[in-house]
Design a protein around this ligand. Structure first.
Ligand SMILES: Cc1cc2nc3c(=O)[nH]c(=O)nc-3n(C[C@H](O)[C@H](O)[C@H](O)COP(=O)(O)O)c2cc1C
Length: 219
């Protein structure tokens, strides 16, 4: 049996043009302030704040509305430590030879190393998993990578909006995260987002965005 189409009226707040304009400007200005945070303070963060951000991410569009994501919120210090240790093992192999010379050269301006203390410093880690299919293999999911990427984008924007820092961290490979977190076979680890307040002495790489005219084409 296939599901029937059913509609409800769109819930939509139409705002005045001047307000739209002001919001667009404010949003872009605030987005300019977002940077990847790799050094966190140990100030606690209310779990419900992070959960609201995850809730926002879970409202993202997805292929055929399959919502092919799972967000594992880790605050347990022992689990964070296990994740850090496993990540650092993979990272050591990556920096010692798994990465191409070119990749390492591209990473140089960021100053990243195999050490990942932020995985323990941050009060929480959000480990995002992509569901390649549903609970049963015959439950197909579509555009999984695109859908989960959008959800992570919304999550990053939400965390920034509420005043928290994060970095979209991608250890490679990251299969070990399924094991540590006990995730089922249909899920693959997609990204790790440490969440917290930046340390008072948090520096960020001195890098720039492309000029706007280089990224927009008006037709
Ligand atoms: C898909 C993706 C993977 C990334 N992986 C890592 C990573 O493994 N480690 C890291 O420190 N930063 C990682 N980053 C963060 C980028 O290095 C960062 O976004 C970029 O240098 C721009 O800096 P900014 O976020 O401070 O503006 C990743 C970003 C993306 C979008």
């Amino acid at each position: 049996m296939t599901a029937e189409e059913k509609t409800v009226p769109l819930s939509f707040e139409r705002v005045a043009a001047e307000e739209t304009s002001a919001r667009a400007k404010r949003f872009a200005e605030h987005a300019r302030l977002r940077r990847s945070v790799r050094k966190f303070s140990n100030d606690p963060v209310a779990v419900e704040v992070i959960e609201h951000c995850i809730e926002a991410a879970a409202q993202s569009p997805s292929g055929a509305n399959k919502q092919p994501w799972t967000f594992v919120l880790v605050t347990d210090v022992n689990v964070k430590r296990s994740i850090r240790e496993a990540c650092e093992r993979e990272e050591s192999a990556f920096y010692a030879g798994r990465a191409t010379r070119r990749w390492l050269d591209d990473l140089k301006p960021l100053g990243t190393t195999p050490d990942k203390p932020f995985l323990e410093q941050a009060p929480a880690l959000i480990v995002v998993f992509a569901q390649r299919h549903g609970d049963e293999r015959k439950d197909r999911h579509y555009y999984v990578t695109e859908s989960v990427g959008i959800a992570v984008g919304v999550l990053v924007a939400a965390l920034h909006h509420v005043g928290l820092g994060t970095v979209t961290y991608t250890p490679a490979p990251m299969k070990f995260l399924s094991k540590i977190l006990g995730r089922p076979d249909n899920e693959s680890a997609y990204m790790v987002l440490p969440v917290g307040y930046p340390a008072p002495d948090c520096d960020v790489p001195d890098i720039e965005r492309k000029p706007f005219d280089e990224v927009i084409v008006r037709v």
